[in-house]
Design a protein around this ligand. Structure first.
Ligand SMILES: Cc1ncc(COP(=O)(O)O)c(C=O)c1O
Length: 400
């Protein structure tokens, strides 16, 4: 009898973690490696947020908290949804988890029965299908087109819905493509969902504050209030406030669902870290000056990377609206041969050869369910991004 659970056979390890690991190993051997795999801002957490955590420690806020989070944070979350998204939630309709990841996991755990389907537009964040699989559900992937900016088309969403569909897993701005939906694009999707009352929407708004230029962020429950009773809107402080290590995510939704998620969390991790929760209160209620400053830095990096990639032979890179990723296509390079003699047959071959010959670590698109592409995280300095793009240009030019 096998000791490990059958559920494990349904789950894959994270490709993004594997790339970071490989880059670390090569670096340890003395190679000059530029890592563009990581999904976190390179900035430090703002000082006012750090100070709030230190105050919380000094006040003795070091005990268990309520499972769904301290009321102060849940009230700050309800106020955030009102202020930024024009969504009215009672603070009891909110829940705090250990990172956005736990919120998503609890939502799937609380709702999926074997055979239930979750519609996931591709390319998708690597963890969605794995979480769905662990929770016993079935992912239904819907491909998107590069020429449509990797955005889900309304007709494709409609075609993917079956009587077994439980959730649409929606993510804007997207990891890995950076695609963010305009109000009109979102409305086309919510119109489809209005025709299918059994389908719920899980909106992952984690990159809400990372959009550029004059793009205006909106979220499904805001665009179509009639969907609010079947929408879970999830967000967190990880990306917007450079707080990935603090592990605070949150959501708001119908009370019955929030209570079910609370029950699961209560038998699992209980309340999130008390100190991190107090830091998150300051993140949400304190000054938001940090956000536009970061947006400006990220916009400059995005423009640099997109422009340099489009000058690389055989690479096509759309301009994404948000997040800190670009998702260029390397389709025109498939079938070419590298100077080492290696034939590039897949996007995984492309990124492996790029890492080995030029020392640039990126993640292959097939890990995100759509290729041949690769994902670059531009959450690093312009100097390093410029050097990395120079190397990518050299690598592509050398393919025959
Ligand atoms: C799209 C998306 N959702 C959720 C998360 C999880 O965020 P957290 O670090 O708060 O668990 C991430 C992190 O990479 C992400 O990219």
């Amino acid at each position: 009898m096998a000791f490990l659970a059958n559920a494990l056979s349904r789950v894959k390890p994270s490709a993004t973690i594997a790339v970071s690991q490989k880059a670390r190993e090569l670096k340890a051997k003395g190679r000059d490696i530029i890592g563009l795999g990581a999904g976190e801002p390179d900035f430090d957490t703002p000082d006012n947020i750090k100070a709030a955590a230190i105050d919380a420690i000094n006040r003795g806020e070091t005990k268990y908290t309520p499972v769904s989070g301290i009321p102060e944070l849940r009230k700050a979350i309800a106020a955030k949804f009102k202020r930024e998204n024009n969504l009215d939630y009672d603070w009891q309709q909110t829940i705090v988890g250990t990172g956005g990841k736990q919120i998503l996991f609890n939502a799937f755990m609380a709702t999926l029965n074997p055979g239930d389907e979750v519609v996931i537009p591709a390319p998708y964040w690597v963890s969605y299908p794995e979480m769905v699989a662990i929770c016993g559900g079935t992912s239904v992937f819907v491909p998107t087109k590069i020429d449509n900016g990797f955005k889900l088309a309304a007709a494709d969403l409609e075609a993917a819905i079956t009587p077994k569909t439980k959730w649409l897993m929606f993510n804007s701005p997207s990891n890995p493509s950076g695609a963010a939906y305009t109000e009109a694009e979102l409305k086309a999707l919510t119109d489809v969902l209005m025709r299918h009352p059994h389908v719920w929407i899980l909106s992952d708004d984690m990159y809400e504050h990372l959009t550029y230029g004059d793009f205006v962020f909106t979220t499904p429950a805001q665009i179509e209030p009639a969907l609010k009773d079947r929408t879970l809107t999830m967000n967190g402080v990880s990306k917007a406030y450079a707080m990935t290590g603090w592990r605070i995510g949150y959501a708001a939704g119908p009370l019955e669902l929030i209570k079910a998620m609370d029950m699961i969390q209560g038998q699992q991790t209980s309340g999130a870290c008390s100190i991190a929760q107090w830091a998150a209160v300051e993140a949400l209620n304190g000054t938001q000056d940090f956000i536009p400053k970061n947006q400006e830095i990220f916009r400059g990096r995005r423009d640099l990377v997109v422009s340099m990639l489009n000058q690389a032979k055989g690479i096509k890179c759309p301009v994404p609206e948000g997040a800190f990723y670009v998702y260029p296509s390397c389709a025109d390079l498939i079938g070419k041969t590298a100077p080492s003699g290696k034939v590039i047959e897949t996007d995984e071959d492309f990124v492996t050869e790029l890492l080995e010959t030029e020392g640039v670590a990126v993640v292959h698109g097939s890990a995100f369910g759509q290729g041949p592409n690769f994902r670059i995280s531009y959450a690093t300095s312009e100097a390093l991004l410029e050097e990395a793009c120079n190397r990518i240009q050299r690598f592509c030019a050398a393919l025959r």
